[in-house]
Design a binder for this molecule. Structure first.
Ligand SMILES: NC(=O)c1ccc[n+]([C@@H]2O[C@H](COP(=O)([O-])OP(=O)(O)OC[C@H]3O[C@@H](n4cnc5c(N)ncnc54)[C@H](OP(=O)(O)O)[C@@H]3O)[C@@H](O)[C@H]2O)c1
Length: 257
């Protein structure tokens, strides 16, 4: 049975801890600077919490660095682990070479999915993008992902960066646009729930017909009268106006309007 040390106790760490704990993969320790969030995760994993890098065991099979890029790189330089152990991070745009001075066996275990603490995730729908320093490490990471029920993809650093960029547009920016829509509704005393059927149908169309075929709206129709009305409604918010203009121009360019 494999054992794992988790470093970090944020969104992704919380989902991995839960997923590993439910599929017979032992979590040995959770390292975190945050005692409260770490204590919550240690209860789920029934494991020890450590707050000092020096207290991290050296002989676990896997070390999952699930912090931000800076902390991953910084702590990789501070800890020492056995040369046979595997160190990975879960980041979209960080090189696996941050671990080259730590062990011979290292890589990336990047989940191309969005995770928020407390919001259920179905791991059978999480593509895991793997990169590794050698074929044996790749295989061990692939087996670990299979145990979680995930599909795996052999993705090198340059492709992973592109994937991450596409995820920022498809998920982070889309989420922010919906957030703006919700703010506009509540600022005008309209129940934000009214937007949910629109979001469901938009996702359905994108998934089943593709984004290009699913585009509608005033920019696509080149309806400049409506566009001017909308800009007037948000004229007091310079950022919303700028985002509206940039996206409208992008749609017009894409569809040659
Ligand atoms: N969230 C996603 O949807 C998602 C998807 C795919 C990949 N990822 C990747 O997964 C990794 C973690 O993302 P996340 O969303 O889980 O981030 P997060 O929720 O912000 O959690 C980051 C964790 O790192 C800790 N941390 C930050 N700076 C630190 C430092 N200097 N020293 C020690 N610990 C530090 C935080 O501790 P505190 O609680 O004390 O701040 C927290 O436990 C990132 O590499 C991210 O790119 C995220």
């Amino acid at each position: 049975m494999s054992d794992i040390v988790i470093l970090g106790s944020g969104n992704v760490a919380s989902h991995f801890v839960k997923a590993f704990s439910t599929c017979d993969i032992r979590i040995r320790q959770i390292y975190s600077r945050n005692s409260q969030t770490a204590a919550d995760l240690c209860k789920v994993a029934k494991c020890e919490y450590v707050s000092k890098v020096d207290d991290i065991v050296a002989d676990a099979d896997f070390y999952f660095f699930i912090m931000n890029d800076e902390a991953n790189a910084h702590i990789a330089k501070q800890i020492s682990i056995n040369s046979s152990s595997v160190a990975v991070h879960t980041a979209g745009s960080q090189s696996m070479n941050i671990f080259s001075g730590l062990t011979q066996n290292y890589g990336v275990f990047y989940p191309f999915q969005t995770f928020t603490k407390g919001v259920e995730t179905d791991f059978s729908k999480v593509p895991i993008c793997i990169e590794a320093s050698n074929p044996e490490t790749y295989l061990s990471l692939d087996r670990l992902a299979q145990k979680l029920g995930c599909k795996t993809f052999n993705i090198d650093e340059s492709k992973r960066e592109v994937l991450h960029l596409s995820g920022v547009f498809a998920s982070n920016f889309m989420n922010h646009c919906v957030n703006i829509a919700e703010d506009i509704l509540s600022d005008n005393n309209i129940d934000t729930n009214i937007i949910k059927p629109l979001l469901e149908q938009s996702s359905y169309k994108i998934i089943n017909h593709g984004a290009q075929a699913s585009q509608t709206g005033p920019a696509l129709r080149n309806d400049n009268h409506t566009i001017e009305k909308h800009l007037k409604l948000i004229e007091k918010n310079a950022q919303y106006s700028a985002i509206y203009r940039v996206l409208t121009d992008s749609i017009k360019t894409k569809f040659n309007k």
